[in-house]
Design a protein around this ligand. Structure first.
Ligand SMILES: Cc1cc2nc3c(=O)[nH]c(=O)nc-3n(C[C@H](O)[C@H](O)[C@H](O)COP(=O)(O)OP(=O)(O)OC[C@H]3O[C@@H](n4cnc5c(N)ncnc54)[C@H](O)[C@@H]3O)c2cc1C
Length: 391
């Protein structure tokens, strides 16, 4: 007989407790603190180090390297709860989830010992750089190239929109090396210290209200030791793919958290604000968009949990479809939730005091990064529906 006490549609008590603890910690900081940091050009280092100290930052990394030995579902829960309290940390998507996963799975023993503890304790955050100005969405066209020079690698190229380079000790750079047999370029991953000679970066002025910034990165003949190449030179593509499902799941969690934050704020406001005889929340024109956003967001959360469960069960193929769908659904839910929240607030929705309009660009960015909604639709059309490849 089926044991319905272990339902796969609800999270374990342990995961729910993790959510409560993270929410409690993040509430001590809150949205006002986060926005104040963003507007004054300061960072969120205290929060970053506090979640690290509590064991939440590297909760998905194996225990022997300073992590919590949990899964992607755990670190996604941390990411979502931070965002739900108004403190969305983009570098959680990048450092423990993308870089941490790839290195934990494919790094050599020395590489794991060298880089994972710093990712977990927050002292050596790792950024991730794949996007290039000319290649854009088409990552197959990246031109950042690594050539061998004796015992060293020499890296040359450019990256764009790279998050958190100023806060990172290292960047996991996707480059290409020449295949000895075919002469063709193949993707490879390198860990590049941000203080390496020839590594330079400039901030891109963005409209997102966040202490975490995006950068253009210039890699000008950066010399790296042989051990900077992560894992196997011939397994670059497979190794890169290992980071993609975690990336999508974390991006989805970032969005569902933002949506929860906006819906909670708007619901509270709609209960209080009265301009005719009853609170504005009694008008269906205000209540229904919030209810619809909540439904959409709960569906997105469910798909995110499914994708996490599949990754943690080792079913990468099925996880790929679910992670893409979750990321798509979550970004849409966040966009609709924030839009409804702004509308609920009327003129106050556009003020800095109420902080709703400040969420618009962050929510909207979820439709573009780390993978655009169009590329997810391309993926689903092709892989789920069997339609011809359209690009
Ligand atoms: C806030 C933010 C943070 C980011 N952080 C990082 C980071 O840390 N590291 C990193 O490497 N990158 C990062 N990025 C980059 C991000 O991954 C890219 O912006 C994204 O992949 C889209 O690439 P692009 O901007 O070059 O758009 P383009 O490739 O120029 O695309 C423009 C538009 O055309 C559409 N399009 C292109 N090709 C097709 C097609 N075949 N079919 C349908 N539509 C198509 C796209 O969906 C998009 O809407 C970040 C971006 C943002 C906005």
């Amino acid at each position: 007989m089926t044991d319905f006490t272990e339902s796969t549609f609800t999270e374990s008590e342990e995961r729910q407790e993790l959510r409560r603890q993270v929410a409690k910690l993040a509430k001590g900081y809150g949205r006002d603190w986060f926005v104040e940091r963003a507007r004054s050009g300061e960072k969120t280092t205290e929060l970053w180090l506090e979640i690290a100290k509590a064991g939440y930052l590297g909760i998905n990394i194996p225990e022997e390297y300073g992590g919590g030995g949990g899964g992607i579902g755990d670190v996604a829960a941390v990411c979502e709860e931070l965002a739900a309290q108004g403190c969305p940390l983009l570098m959680m998507v990048v450092s423990p989830a993308i870089c941490g996963t790839v290195i934990a799975r494919y790094g050599t023993e020395e590489q794991k010992q060298q880089w994972l503890p710093g990712i977990c304790d927050g002292t050596a955050t790792m950024a991730f750089a794949i996007t290039e100005p000319d290649a854009g969405t088409n990552s197959h066209n990246i031109t950042t190239t690594a050539r061998r020079d004796g015992d060293e690698w020499v890296l040359k190229g450019q990256k764009i929109y790279i998050s958190g380079v100023d806060e990172a000790a290292n960047v996991l750079v996707v480059a290409r090396t020449e295949d000895a047999r075919t002469g063709k370029l193949k993707p490879c991953l390198f860990v590049v210290p941000t203080d390496a000679a020839g590594f330079d970066y400039t901030a891109i002025p963005m409209e997102i209200v966040s202490p975490e910034k995006q950068f253009q990165v210039f890699i000008d003949d950066v010399r790296l030791p042989r051990e900077a190449l992560v894992g196997d030179e011939d397994g670059g593509l497979v190794q890169l793919f290992a980071g993609l499902n975690p990336e999508r799941i974390m991006a989805a969690s970032f969005s569902t958290g933002l949506a929860r934050h906006a819906i909670a704020k708007a619901s509270a406001y709609a209960k209080e604000r009265t301009v005719f005889r009853a609170p504005i929340g009694s008008h269906q024109a205000i209540a229904h968009p919030l209810a619809m956003a909540h439904i959409e967001n709960e569906l997105a959360r469910l798909m995110t949990q499914k994708a996490s469960a599949l990754v943690d069960a080792g079913d990468e193929m099925a996880a790929g479809e679910a992670a893409n769908m979750a990321k798509y659904a979550a970004a849409e839910a966040a966009v609709h939730a924030v839009d409804a929240a702004v509308q609920t607030h009327g003129g106050n929705g556009i003020t800095q005091e109420y902080g709703m309009a400040g969420l618009l660009v962050a929510a909207r960015a979820g439709r573009i990064a780390p993978v655009s909604r169009e590329m997810i639709l391309n993926f689903v059309a092709m892989h789920s529906l069997g339609l011809p490849k359209s690009y």
